[in-house]
Design a protein around this ligand. Structure first.
Ligand SMILES: [Zn+2]
Length: 356
């Protein structure tokens, strides 16, 4: 009997021991699984942060991209990439908003390209594309660009002088209405101008002057409107507006190998203003590069009316083309954003690559 009890006790001890071992094994398994989970969480977390980090400044989700948001993005991009971009202002708008210039790459590079956007208020989606592209170029700095060298090397040899929003008051009126203008006397004038009942379609600045008709070369060759309005008023003479004067100085600040002005009306490139000789060869080559990069067709130029590219070509002797984005009426709906991005997102690096 004693032996039987001993055997039973031994067996029970054995079973308990086995269970304990099993439990230990299970615990070990659980601990191992937990560790793997923790490592994965940390890794995935890092990856997620990296992915967001890759594109975390310029928000391209469906919303209105305002002057204030652009201003904040420029600040954040400069803080994050002080070695890649530098920022200055070239003037102030009628209603007191800063006219920003961002230089991408080596400011003293042997070649430089001038790019300005959104001289017409309602065409503000182009500013958004410019800022997103700026971030893309900074994030890809060490990646190989289309011409076989890194983005950094491309912009070290040919930098971009970008004026992303040369008419911030017009943009503000188009996006937020006349009530978003700071100064009361300006608001009062604006409410009395033709077009005030449809501020979304505002092209002019806060004085009701179409900034793209302010340039001295060919100024007043075409008169569509006789006084301040939401669009097409040439002003009482050339360069009366602070934004136009700022662009004039910005265009002359150094020699540029190429220049682009971004507008929105239809996907097209305008370049043939009747330039001759070397300038014609240069501007034709520039238009061809832009056509190859964006896929836009060539548009037929309307008669001279004191536009920015009349001035840049014939007074500054710098080849400038006009790129028109979009396929529907401005302001472009968000549904156009991806199309614009697809067509234009490689422009900075691919064009700078052509002027090494
Ligand atoms: Zn325009």
């Amino acid at each position: 009997m004693g032996v039987v009890v001993a055997v039973v006790v031994a067996h029970v001890v054995d079973v308990v021991e086995q269970t304990r071992r099993k439990e230990t094994k299970t615990m070990k398994k659980i601990i191992r699984l937990l560790s793997i989970c923790m490592i994965l969480t940390i890794l995935l977390g890092t990856m997620t942060v990296y992915a967001v980090d890759n594109n975390d400044i310029v928000d391209t989700s469906n919303h209105t991209y305002t002057f204030q948001e652009m201003e904040e993005d420029i600040k954040l991009l400069t803080e994050k990439h002080p070695d890649k971009i530098s920022v200055s202002t070239v003037g102030t708008s009628v209603d007191g908003r800063a006219l920003y210039q961002v230089v991408l790459g080596n400011k003293n590079a042997k070649n430089a390209i001038y790019i300005q956007s959104t001289i017409h208020g309602r065409e503000w989606m182009n500013t958004w594309i410019m800022l997103e592209q700026l971030e893309l170029c900074c994030d890809n700095w060490n990646m190989i660009a289309p011409h076989g060298i890194t983005y950094g090397e491309v912009f070290n040899n040919c930098c971009i002088y970008l004026l992303p929003m040369v008419n911030p008051d017009g943009v503000t009126i188009s996006q937020l209405g006349i009530e978003a203008i700071n100064r009361e006397e300006i608001r009062k004038n604006l409410y009395n101008m033709p077009g005030a009942n449809n501020p979304k379609r505002w092209k002019a600045n806060a004085d009701g002057v179409d900034l793209n008709r302010q340039f001295s070369y060919g100024w007043n060759t075409r008169i569509d409107v006789n006084g301040p309005a939401s669009e097409n008023f040439n002003g009482l003479k050339a360069f009366t507006e602070p934004e136009a004067l700022a662009m004039k100085s910005a265009m002359a600040q150094r020699e540029f190998v190429a220049a682009i002005t971004y507008h929105s009306m239809e996907g097209a490139i305008y370049w043939d203003l009747g330039q001759t000789g070397v300038l014609r060869d240069k501007v034709k080559a520039l238009a061809t590069h832009c056509h190859n990069i964006t896929g836009y067709k060539y548009g037929e130029v309307s008669p001279c009316k004191g536009l920015e590219y009349n001035y840049m070509n014939f007074v500054e002797n710098t080849p400038m083309v006009c790129i028109e984005t979009g396929t529907v009426q401005c302001p472009l709906p968000y549904s156009q954003f991806n199309k614009l991005w697809k067509e234009n997102h490689m422009l900075f690096v691919a064009l700078a690559g052509c002027y090494q």
